[in-house]
Design a protein around this ligand. Structure first.
Ligand SMILES: *[C@@H]1O[C@H](CO)[C@@H](O)[C@H](O)[C@H]1NC(C)=O
Ligand SMILES: *[C@@H]1O[C@H](CO)[C@@H](O)[C@H](O)[C@H]1NC(C)=O
Ligand SMILES: *[C@@H]1O[C@H](CO)[C@@H](O)[C@H](O)[C@H]1NC(C)=O
Ligand SMILES: *[C@@H]1O[C@H](CO)[C@@H](O)[C@H](O)[C@H]1NC(C)=O
Ligand SMILES: *[C@@H]1O[C@H](CO)[C@@H](O)[C@H](O)[C@H]1NC(C)=O
Ligand SMILES: *[C@@H]1O[C@H](CO)[C@@H](O)[C@H](O)[C@H]1NC(C)=O
Ligand SMILES: *[C@@H]1O[C@H](CO)[C@@H](O)[C@H](O)[C@H]1NC(C)=O
Ligand SMILES: *[C@@H]1O[C@H](CO)[C@@H](O)[C@H](O)[C@H]1NC(C)=O
Ligand SMILES: *[C@@H]1O[C@H](CO)[C@@H](O)[C@H](O)[C@H]1NC(C)=O
Length: 703
């Protein structure tokens, strides 16, 4: 019996490694290969889990050559970049808080008694190049041009090469997650008026995609009937929740120069300044850097563990998922008479783990990307550019959303669009800039004169771990402050008396639950605002007592991470913390640091006979934790010792689980390393700084 289990285990492990290798290989290499046989497996739970964690990808991200990630990472540590590594070891620049924030131009004028003030930080241009190491992407290219005539009932494509195009479309129910959809090419276009996407092939390298949101009078009428139960108001409200996965606030400003300019400059000038306001919540906090920790809070108002305990490992298709969607934000809008839409470009099974595959809204748009995998060979974890014909993958989410808001211009409507354009660290996120900019301009123009009120949220679930920032506190703050932007029209802002409160809340410690409650608050707006009683009742549904709608209430100045269920390791209110040097783990860390310091002396000693550290006493012991223990416990230490003859020694060291050590290793010939066990886990430590106080910096010798 036991033997059988072991054999099954070994076989499973073997198959899994094969699949994982195949997956990694394919996703990195297959630029031209459009068919893939591994995907059938890759979507199974075990590997989907592996691939759904945003930061796992990051270790293999690379600039120069995506087909050999590890190698190119190592060789890229050339002479000049090694000097940059040394830059990364310097403590963060302390910026005068009254200066403008270089990314957001948001003056850091914190209320004087604000408890949580994340350290401000900045990166030089050279550092940005080094740390993020982004690829350059170009416009998506196709060989053969086309002309299209498109109307709601017919569509015809003329290929410039004279070929008559083949078409692929289908109308199966829209379901989140895999498997991929295999294209069946046809000479004629079938069931066009009901299809949400059409792919048209002029030749193998010229396949165009078109997406369609199909207006249905019935949907408009149903929403109207529901809405009339609450009010007779005919001025519609549009609420857009655009989620860009894995984009920190800093990364949004760095990767999207056009969007940045639009938000910070164009919106504040005519014509937009007369109609719209923009807010940038610069002090948002996250429970952890994974989608699964954040989206249940934003979408359901529940923590991940609450969600999991409700679902109790339900399998796909379980009615538990339909039950949990009763708590979803789209259901909340739907009940108040909104037409609802969800677009999701993820072909993996992780959002389905919290809400199921079937989403209860009027429009779901997601099958398109399952067809993209078979037709174009990309999925949302690829580091190669994701082109569906002449447009990037995310273009279709924005285009579909634009059509939806035009089709239902008379209705209240809610959109949750989730894009994975930034879900890995190669720099694909930069391709979003132009398309998002154009989306913003056209959307604001659409709401400028008519079409009702607008509340547009552009947020992220979390930032992402970039390996070269593994032991940088600036990297910590950058990754753990997610983008949280909001645009709304001024008329609604005035009616809600929200301006001063929103301005104030931009600096306050913001939680994911606040976003959920803000959405619920604004949902009531067409119906004459939310009563105090209803508002207080809504608050009772959260697992935290300190929750506010950002439109309605100022966040308390003394709010702390623990008040909003953000664990200490993820809390951006923190700085270096003192460690308890009598703890048994800490003792072990200190002993190993002394060992490394002695090795360091050995390597760098400037005289023939230098002494080792023989006796020592800790006089400063601080650490900065970057990752939870589950994610490898990345941390760095800053310690000062007094050794024999009253000599003072300053040291710093990087620390993480053995699996994480490749991330930003320094050259080991100069910076000694070691591994050791703490409570059955193997940890890695590398000394990154060593200095004898009073000595000339270059002089490493203990007399
Ligand atoms: C993946 O899932 C499918 C369908 O559930 C199953 O038939 C297949 O055997 C699974 N593959 C692996 C490698 O577990
Ligand atoms: C990175 O790539 C290497 C070599 O292809 C592979 O062995 C390793 O498992 C990959 N790591 C991750 C986290 O994907
Ligand atoms: C990647 O490396 C391979 C093998 O060394 C080489 O043939 C290819 O041109 C490289 N690609 C890029 C984009 O540098
Ligand atoms: C890098 O450091 C070395 C040694 O300190 C120095 O000689 C070299 O000029 C530096 N390179 C750059 C680009 O700063
Ligand atoms: C910060 O800036 C303010 C205003 O420019 C200035 O008065 C103050 O001296 C500065 N503080 C530091 C520490 O540079
Ligand atoms: C809408 O108007 C009708 C007719 O004036 C009125 O009877 C009804 O109560 C109104 N509905 C709401 C929700 O105010
Ligand atoms: C959607 O994309 C198509 C093809 O690029 C374009 O012609 C159309 O104007 C777009 N629709 C909207 C509403 O942006
Ligand atoms: C919706 O669009 C139509 C056509 O452009 C326009 O006539 C109508 O006024 C719009 N509805 C609203 C409520 O603005
Ligand atoms: C430090 O750790 C020791 C040993 O675990 C414990 O006895 C002591 O209470 C701790 N001190 C503080 C201040 O936490």
């Amino acid at each position: 019996m036991k033997l059988r289990a072991i054999i099954i285990g070994i076989v499973a492990l073997f198959i899994y490694s094969l699949i994982y290798f195949a997956y990694t290989y394919k996703s990195e290499v297959s630029q031209t290969v459009y068919e893939d046989s591994f995907f059938y497996y890759a979507n199974n739970d075990s590997s989907a889990k592996k691939n759904s964690d945003s930061f796992l990808d990051s270790k293999n991200a690379t600039n120069s050559n995506s087909s050999s990630p590890i190698v190119s990472y190592d060789t890229s540590l050339s002479e000049t970049q090694e000097n940059l590594t040394d830059i990364s070891l310097k403590p963060s620049l302390k910026i005068n808080h009254s200066l403008l924030d270089e990314y957001g131009n948001l003056p850091w004028t914190y209320p004087p008694d604000l408890y949580c003030k994340p350290k401000s930080f900045s990166f030089t241009d050279d550092e940005i190049k080094y740390f993020w190491n982004y690829k350059n992407y170009e416009k998506c290219k196709v060989e053969v041009l086309y002309e299209a005539e498109i109307s709601p009932n017919s569509m015809s494509i003329k290929c410039a090469n004279g070929a008559s195009p083949e078409y692929f479309t289908d109308t199966r129910p829209e379901r989140l997650g895999g498997p991929k959809i295999i294209a069946k090419w046809q000479k004629d276009l079938r069931d066009y008026p009901n299809s949400q996407y059409v792919m048209a092939k002029c030749n193998t390298n010229s396949i165009y995609s078109f997406v369609f949101n199909r207006f249905k009078k019935q949907i408009e009428d149903n929403a109207k009937i529901k809405s009339l139960k609450f009010s007779n108001n005919t001025r519609p409200l549009t609420v857009l929740l655009l989620v860009f996965d894995s984009v920190s606030r800093g990364n949004a400003y760095r990767s999207w120069p056009m969007v940045k300019d639009f938000l910070l400059n164009e919106i504040t000038q005519k014509p937009f300044s007369e109609k719209f306001s923009f807010y940038d919540f610069a002090n948002a906090a996250i429970p952890d850097i994974h989608t699964m920790d954040n989206m249940p809070q934003i979408l359901l108002g529940l923590t991940l563990s609450q969600t999991e305990s409700i679902l109790k490992a339900s399998t796909s298709g379980s009615s538990k998922f339909l039950e949990i969607q009763k708590k979803s934000i789209w259901n909340f809008f739907s009940e108040l008479g909104y037409v609802t839409m969800v677009a999701h470009d993820d072909i993996f099974d992780y959002l389905p783990k919290i809400v199921g595959r079937e989403i209860l809204v009027d429009y779901v748009f997601t099958n398109f990307w399952k067809a993209c995998l078979s037709v174009y060979g990309f999925q949302n974890h690829n580091t190669k550019q994701r082109c569906a014909g002449d447009q990037d993958s995310h273009y279709f989410s924005l285009n579909y959303t634009s059509q939806f808001i035009r089709n239902y211009n008379k209705s209240n409507k809610f959109v949750y669009m989730h894009s994975n354009a930034g879900h890995e660290t190669s720099g694909n996120i930069k391709t979003v800039d132009k398309d998002l900019y154009e989306f913003l301009v056209s959307t604001l123009k659409f709401y400028d004169e008519k079409n009702g009120d607008l509340a547009l949220f552009i947020v992220s679930d979390h930032g992402i771990k970039f390996s070269r920032l593994q032991f940088e506190d600036r990297g910590f703050y950058d990754a753990r402050i997610p983008m949280t932007f909001m645009i709304m029209n001024k008329e609604m802002e005035e009616n809600m008396a929200a301006k001063e409160i929103l301005q104030y809340n931009q600096y306050q410690l913001l939680s994911r639950f606040d976003i959920n409650l803000a959405l619920k608050n604004v949902a009531y707006y067409p119906h004459g605002d939310l009563s105090k009683e209803n508002y207080e009742n809504l608050k009772k549904d959260y697992p935290v007592s300190d929750v506010v709608s950002i439109f309605r209430e100022k966040i308390r100045n003394d709010r702390k991470c623990e008040d909003i269920k953000v664990p200490t390791f993820s809390c951006t209110c923190k700085d270096f913390e003192e460690i308890n040097t009598s703890g048994s783990s800490e003792k072990k860390i200190i002993e190993n640091l002394i060992l490394l310091a002695n090795k360091y002396i050995d390597i760098h000693k400037t005289k023939k006979s230098c002494k080792k550290i023989e006796t020592w006493k800790v006089i400063k012991a601080k650490k900065f934790e970057m990752m939870s223990s589950k994610d490898g416990w990345d941390a760095f230490y800053d310690m000062t010792f007094i050794v024999q003859n009253n000599v003072i020694i300053n040291t710093m060291a990087n620390f993480c689980s053995e699996e994480n050590k490749e991330g930003s290793k320094l050259p080991t010939t100069k910076y000694p390393e070691t591994t050791f066990y703490i409570e059955k886990t193997n940890y890695y430590m590398q000394i990154s700084h060593f200095e004898i106080e009073g000595n000339n910096k270059k002089e490493i010798c203990l007399e």
